[in-house]
Structures are given as C-alpha cells and as structure tokens.
Design a protein around this ligand. Structure first.
Ligand code: PMP
Length: 437
C-alpha cells in the first residue's frame, strides 16, 4: 500500500493548506462530540465539523435512514419527477420556519442555495414585469459561498480578489461591529442599529427600482461571528419593504438550531422573503441545501403574467433521496433531543466561559451569540494571522478542534455538547493564549 506521503500529492487542497503550510489532519472516524485521527487520538470537535454537525457525529437514526433510503430508492431527478421524502422534508422545514415561508427549493450546498436565491430574486422581479431590478446589496465581511453569485455578494476580500471580474451589480454595506463602540459586547450589541440606514443612503445613489435584493447573514459567521445590533435587522426589513426590495437571510450557519431556534429569523423575530440554508439541514451527513421561499415570491414565480419567462433552474441532485432521508432523520433527532432549546439553555454558560478569557494576553475582543463565539487576538507585529494559527494548533495538540481565521478564533460546537466539554474547550484556549508569544 502507498504511504500517506506518496498519496497526498494527488489531492489539490487549495487555500487552507497552502496558507497554513501544514499537513492536513487526517480523520478516520467520528462519533458524538469527537473525531478519531489516523494516529488514534480523540479530538473534541469544537467546530461541529464546519458549523454543521449540530447533533454530533454518526447519529444512529440518521445513519440508518440513509442506509434504508439507499437500499430502497437511490436516485430520482427533480425534473418532472420527485419522491415522497422530498415533499415530506419540504413540509417539515416550512413547519419550523417563520410563518409565511411556505415553500422549499432543494440544492446541494450553501453556495448553490445562495446562487439559487439570487436567481429567484431576479426571477421574481422579472415575473412581475420589473426586469430593471438586477442589483444586489450585501455587507462587508459577509460569507455567502464559493459560486460566482455567492462570491460576488461575499464581503471577505481575500476570497474574492484572485477571481474577478465578479458580478458587477453588487454593493456592500458596512459590517455591523465596531470594537470602538461595542468591544466585548455580549450577544446582540446595543450599539449599531443605525448602520442599517447605510442601506437607505445607498438608495439615494442607486434608484431603488434597480435593486433586486438585500442579502445578509443574520449573524455574520465566517467573517468573525458578528451578531446584529439590536434593531438592525428590523430596520433593514423596513427599508426593503418601503422600496419593494426582497430581503434574503443567509442562514447556512444560523439555521437548524445554532441560535437556540430553528432559524435566526425565528430567534430575532424578523421574517425575510427568502432563507438560504444547508449544513445542519442533514446534520451534514449528506450534502444538501435549500432555499425557503415566501408565499409572495412563490406566487409571483408560479403565476407570473402569461408565462413570458421560463425561470429554468435546478440541479441533478436537487432533493436527492439520500439527502432527504438524512434531512428528515436530522429533524427528528433535533426535535427528540430538544437540541434547539438545548442551545438556548446553554447559551448563557457559553457566554460566561467565552468572556472569562477577556483579560488574557493578546485578547482584544470577544463576541458570542447562541452557541457561536469568536475571540479576536492582536496580530503579532509583521506576522498577521500567526497568533491565530498557533493558538488553534495548540488547542488541536491538546485534543480540541477550533478554527482560526486570521487572528480570530472561531468556535461553534455540536449542540449536544456537555457543560464540562464547554469548559474543556475554553480551558484549552486559555492555556494556548498563556503559552504563545
Ligand atoms: N453561506 C454561509 C453563511 C456560509 O457560512 C457558507 C459556508 N460556510 C456558505 C454560504 C457556503 O456553503 P457551502 O460551503 O455549503 O457551499
């Protein structure tokens, strides 16, 4: 058999491994809160994989549902065909989504969900005879995926800069966190709702009748866990309504319990016109995403005037039977274990433990909401990102998986996490911070 060194060059890892100049970590198993490495170490998963394994790894019911579905009906296309689990999953998702979001389009990832939502937004306006509405507005620091649409509306410069030109009709609002006014804010900052008025200002530059949609993550995730200031999302909703602009919440991370409710929209009490989701939809056991669509949008798409437009869109694997089976089982597990409520119940302890690191060396800001946290470290002179990587690496060596993005540490555990495991994660970060230079 080939050695690991001999096999690795066949794999093109792209950015993360090039950036860290490190060997990939190889996992050979996973169960509950833990990964198992190829040298047989158990690693406590403080990232829920990649913000997605909300019910922990290898949930028995999900595994069995996938196996049973594979044996019964492995594949069916979504073009003029479907299968019972697709309808059932759509129904179950609309049941937990905010009232009025009544229809689901299935995709295979968060990126496809975002691209689909942007296409639906343009299709909606076109179906209503407003073809001039083509522009999208998003935010700085937003992450909306790797497809051309999602990348175009993303606000993380590092992700975009090597791949242009992207969609030209995009504007980015400022992000919502200013450490000068709201450092170490717990949960939603009190400061910053007025930043939503930047949208109103932008509408003085662009004729509102050229804007298709505003897309935001309710909580900016990969960009550094930036909870929305109190009142901010409400104000965005108001401005969009005033000008006939659709509001899209990208809930790829915040969907399925992370904030202690089914969606961020439920948690914050603000209902968008479309929600994009993925990740926790199947507990990440099979790739799947979706766009949840309001009745208003659905009606326009389905009953547009004289069928002048075709709105052709869909993927080979839309509503894949294995994904639908995994999605139904994941919803059962979330419900039976009460995981959304559990996240809500654990959130205050999570907040306490995160903010207890406030006075440690290098720490300049800490943010949290639901079971999400981020810790900003001061960059070492001339070595941006080094402290972040070193801290995450020390944690990993101590058996705890967290993530670093530049000098920001990101933590997002499965919602089944035990209280002692919350302590373990923050204790490992504490030790790492004390020992790195
Ligand atoms: N939107 C958001 C908010 C995300 O966090 C992500 C992934 N981290 C995506 C979209 C893209 O999802 P995927 O990687 O499944 O394509």
């Amino acid at each position: 058999p080939l050695t690991r060194e001999a096999m690795e060059p066949f794999w093109l890892p792209m950015t993360p491994n090039r950036q860290f100049k490190s060997k990939p970590r190889i996992f050979v198993g996973a169960e509950g809160m833990h990964y198992v490495t190829d040298d047989n170490r158990r690693i406590l998963d403080g990232m829920a994989g990649l913000w997605c394994v909300n019910a922990g790894h290898a949930q028995k019911r999900i595994v069995e549902a996938i196996q049973a579905q594979a044996a019964k009906l492995d594949f069916v296309s979504s073009f003029q065909m479907s299968h019972p689990a697709a309808f059932e999953l759509a129904r179950r998702i609309t049941e937990i989504a905010p009232a009025g979001l009544d229809h689901v389009f299935f995709t295979n990832s968060g990126s496809e969900s975002v691209d689909t939502a942007l296409k639906i937004a343009r299709g909606y306006h076109r179906a209503r005879g407003e073809a001039s509405r083509i522009r999208f507005i998003s935010r700085a620091k937003a992450y909306h995926g790797m497809g051309w649409g999602g990348l175009s509306v993303s606000g993380i410069v590092r992700h975009r800069r090597d791949f242009g030109p992207l969609l030209p009709e995009v504007d980015h609002l400022p992000h919502t966190h200013d450490p000068e006014h709201a450092a170490f804010s717990r949960g939603q900052p009190q400061w910053g709702a007025h930043l939503a008025d930047e949208l109103a200002k932008l509408l003085l530059v662009h004729d509102p009748s050229t804007i298709a949609a505003v897309i935001v993550e309710p909580v900016t995730g990969s960009g550094g866990v930036l909870p929305p200031p109190v009142g901010y999302l409400e104000r965005l909703r108001q401005i969009c309504d005033q000008h006939g602009i659709l509001l899209i919440f990208d809930e790829v991370i915040t969907g399925f319990g992370r904030l202690g409710a089914a969606f961020g929209a439920n948690a914050f009490g603000v209902t968008p016109d479309l929600i994009t989701c993925a990740k926790g939809m199947t507990n990440a056991a099979v790739p799947m995403g979706g766009v949840i669509v309001s009745g208003k949008v659905y009606d326009a798409l389905m009953q547009g005037p004289d069928n002048a437009i075709e709105l052709f869109h869909g993927y080979t694997y839309s509503a894949h039977p294995l994904a639908c089976a995994a999605g139904l089982a994941a919803l059962d597990v979330y419900q039976d274990l009460g995981l959304f409520e559990r996240a809500r119940r654990l959130a205050p302890l999570w907040e306490e433990r995160a903010h207890a690191l406030r006075d440690l060396p290098h720490v300049v800001d800490i943010r949290n909401i639901g079971l999400l946290a981020a810790i900003d470290l001061k960059a070492r002179d001339g070595e941006p990102g080094a402290r972040g990587v070193e801290c995450a690496t020390r944690c990993y060596d101590a058996g705890i998986l967290i993530r670093s993005s530049g000098d920001t540490l990101l933590i997002s555990p499965p919602l089944i996490i035990a209280e002692e495991q919350i302590d373990e994660i923050f204790a490992a970060i504490r030790r790492a911070l004390i020992t790195i230079s």
